[in-house]
Ligand binder design. Structure first.
Ligand SMILES: [Zn+2]
Length: 224
């Protein structure tokens, strides 16, 4: 379980720490397979970031007050994403990392420095609440009145820190299906692929591979 101090709230909604930490995975998978053998980026521009944030406004501190994201926020979120993906690559070892950015991972100490620096943009303070007939609840809330963009960046960084420190890290995998570049958290011990469609594609590819080997053909062999 996540310790209570990683709980964050947006507005008045109390969000589970697990849901919040999964924002880190959400951020990582904005780099995705484009369906044609390449890589698409949901955060390629500020419009993409605005759409991504709007879909998660309930989970993401600062989202409601943000207005239209500007270039500096886009750069901050993309920098954070490259830190998260670089540390995901470490987390999935000895398995291979996602192929999308395996060739341009950050040094781990730089990735960790970025995460911590982004989280430190907004200090938080614990707040106790104690409703009738309920146990006392502890939440960490942003202290002071930082700009919404800083709150959002810091919230994403805190989510990533919670994810990497929490139980999901050991269940993280890079999907090994052909062309897939997704990281995913295993829902059950035997899960191999991020989605059933990736599983089907991987099985078809293995089937063709076996067939080719049985016929003694190599790729490009006219008889195979
Ligand atoms: Zn996949």
């Amino acid at each position: 379980m996540y310790p209570p101090h990683v709980l964050m709230v947006a507005g008045d909604a109390t969000i589970s720490a697990m849901e919040t930490a999964r924002l880190a995975l959400d951020l990582a998978v904005t780099l995705r397979h484009d369906g044609h053998g390449g890589v698409a980026d949901d955060l390629a521009d500020t419009a993409g970031l605005a759409a991504w944030v709007a879909e998660r406004a309930a989970l993401l501190d600062g989202a409601q007050d943000l207005g239209t994201p500007d270039e500096s926020l886009l750069a901050a979120v993309r920098e954070l994403r490259s830190a998260v993906r670089s540390l995901f690559a470490r987390a999935v070892r000895p398995g291979p990392p996602s192929a999308a950015d395996a060739h341009r991972l950050l040094p781990e100490d730089e990735a960790i420095r970025r995460l911590n620096a982004a989280a430190a943009r907004v200090p938080t303070a614990p707040r106790l609440s104690w409703e009738p007939d309920a146990p006392p609840a502890l939440r960490d809330l942003p202290a002071g009145t930082p700009p919404a963009a800083d709150r959002l960046t810091a919230a994403l960084a805190r989510a990533a820190i919670s994810f990497l420190h929490g139980p999901d890290r050991e269940l993280l995998r890079a999907c090994p299906a052909p062309r897939c570049v997704r990281y995913f958290v295993k829902d059950h011990a035997r899960q191999e692929w991020c989605t059933p469609s990736c599983g089907n594609r991987a099985r078809v590819a293995r089937h063709h591979e076996r067939h080719r080997e049985q016929r003694g053909g190599a790729p490009g062999n006219p008889s195979g």
